[in-house]
Ligand binder design. Structure first.
Ligand SMILES: Cc1cc2nc3c(=O)[nH]c(=O)nc-3n(C[C@H](O)[C@H](O)[C@H](O)COP(=O)(O)OP(=O)(O)OC[C@H]3O[C@@H](n4cnc5c(N)ncnc54)[C@H](O)[C@@H]3O)c2cc1C
Length: 433
């Protein structure tokens, strides 16, 4: 059930531009509109589009969407079978896929810890109707945002046009251009030495092959040395979303630069050769990925800040991370929720906007970077399974409680603490006692 915005809509004395119309940019536009703030969205592509794959959203991501007023629309696109335990079941990638660790055994869980697996285009279909088409601009690849003498920004696009705004929100993903305006041209993005092969396979097809692992209602992770495969159901439980990760640990992270495309179609043989010797369920999944796409996974070294003056980063622009905990976009939704609540606050105006963004940064940067760290560590833990001296019990020891701080988090308390800090600093009027 969506919660209405805290304040009634009131006109703001500043103009907002969102660069990037991915999952975070779109949700940000909807979140701001709830406060009566009509942001302009600039997207480089000719239309809003998402990769034809699944995305897992944990309970914290769903809470953020709920507070942003989009959860009902998203859940309307999700069948019961896609509401699932995001608590992973880890099985061996080889042999008969013996259980290695069940995250359900990690601590006490309730239904509130459940999440969903959703087909990305279905997410888009849910959110797009909530966005004002008059405020969306396509084929607009942002190249820079320059501060004018007035204090506003001139946003330039590759087609030679420009747009002026007082607040610029960078939701432009892993290759963010706005990030440069925040951290300069420091080398903060690096190839993680991990590639991910993505594919979708009907569950029925896998069952006909004799699938033993239960992929009907939860996320399963097949683990082995330098590789792991994550699989979960989407599309009413009929399709299994598969991501097969392989890491080259022979070279340090950051030492290899991917000069070709970061996403490419590859022959299935490349994938099958990589996983040679894995167990029957794993090989059955890979055998049915006839046209796999290979993604070179890049991640940020943690940014010290997500804001500079009146530019703020949300989503992958601020904290692109490895996908090993399925938590990247959830952190983006949290960014968006906190940012919208602060920007939409009745006391926010052009004169205190920079302070408001600093308060956003103080809340969001440490938390998103905590998740970034954990995601990387999780990949290392998964891909150590099978090394001499590394037992299944070690896996459980390292993973126990991994998601707790991510999933169980009070976003309203975050907003309240940011507002309190703005009041203490005098940027907002003092709270009435
Ligand atoms: C293999 C894989 C699996 C994943 N699985 C999960 C998962 O299960 N759960 C999860 O939470 N996360 C997952 N993630 C991470 C998740 O996909 C990202 O965190 C999420 O897509 C980030 O959303 P975003 O809106 O910040 O960026 P994006 O989705 O990258 O959107 C950015 C948008 O900005 C546009 N854009 C870019 N540059 C410009 C520009 N200069 N000017 C104008 N527009 C621009 C792009 O066209 C795009 O539309 C996964 C990632 C990968 C690679």
């Amino acid at each position: 059930m969506s919660v209405p915005a805290q304040s009634t809509a009131r006109a703001k004395d500043f103009r907002v531009a969102i660069i990037g119309g991915g999952m975070c940019g779109l949700v940000c536009a909807v979140g701001l509109a709830r406060f009566g703030i009509e942001a302009e969205i600039f997207e480089q592509a000719p239309k809003f589009d998402e990769v034809g794959a699944g995305v897992g959203l944990g309970p914290n991501a769903l809470r953020a969407l709920d507070r942003l007023g989009v959860l009902d629309a998203v859940l309307a696109r999700v069948d019961d079978a896609e509401r699932q335990e995001r608590r992973m079941l880890y099985v061996s990638g080889s042999d008969q896929h013996e259980e290695v660790y069940d995250y359900n055994k990690s601590s006490e869980f309730t239904a509130a810890d459940d999440g969903i697996g959703i087909y990305r285009p279905a997410f888009l279909d849910a959110v797009m109707p909530l966005v004002d088409p008059k405020r969306t601009h396509f084929n607009k690849r942002c190249t820079s945002a320059t501060k004018l003498a007035s204090g506003a920004y001139c946003i330039q696009f590759s087609d030679g046009t420009s747009h002026e705004a007082d607040l610029v929100i960078g939701a432009d993903g892993v290759k963010s251009v706005l990030r440069n305006a925040v951290v300069g041209d420091k080398m903060v993005l690096q190839f993680t030495n991990t590639v991910a092969y993505r594919g979708l396979v009907p569950l029925e097809t896998l069952k006909q092959d004799g699938l033993k692992t239960d992929l009907r209602r939860r996320v399963c992770c097949f683990v082995g040395i330098d590789k792991h495969i994550i699989a979960f159901p989407i599309r009413s439980g009929k399709i299994v979303n598969i991501v097969a990760f392989a890491t080259d640990n022979s070279v340090p992270v950051g030492s290899v630069e991917v000069t070709g495309p970061w996403v490419e179609s590859v022959p299935q043989k490349e994938l099958l050769d990589k996983y040679e010797g894995w167990g029957p369920d794993a090989m059955s999944m890979l055998n049915h990925m006839k046209n796999p796409s290979k993604w070179s996974i890049h991640a940020l070294t943690p940014l010290e800040t997500f804001v500079h003056e009146k530019i703020a980063l949300v989503g992958d622009a601020g904290h692109a991370m490895t996908p090993h905990l399925g938590s990247g976009v959830g952190q983006g939704f949290e960014d968006v929720f906190v940012l919208c609540e602060l920007i939409g606050h009745p006391s926010t105006n052009l004169s205190n906007l920079e302070d408001v963004l600093k308060a956003y940064d103080a809340i969001r940067q440490p938390r998103a970077n905590m998740v970034l760290h954990r995601s990387f560590r999780a990949g290392v833990i998964y891909e150590a399974f099978g090394k001499p001296g590394y037992a299944a019990a070690d896996m459980g020891k390292h993973l126990a409680g991994m998601w707790e701080p991510i999933w169980r988090h009070d976003l309203d308390a975050d907003v309240a603490s940011a507002v309190a800090s703005l009041q203490q600093r005098g940027s907002f009027p003092a709270a009435e006692s």
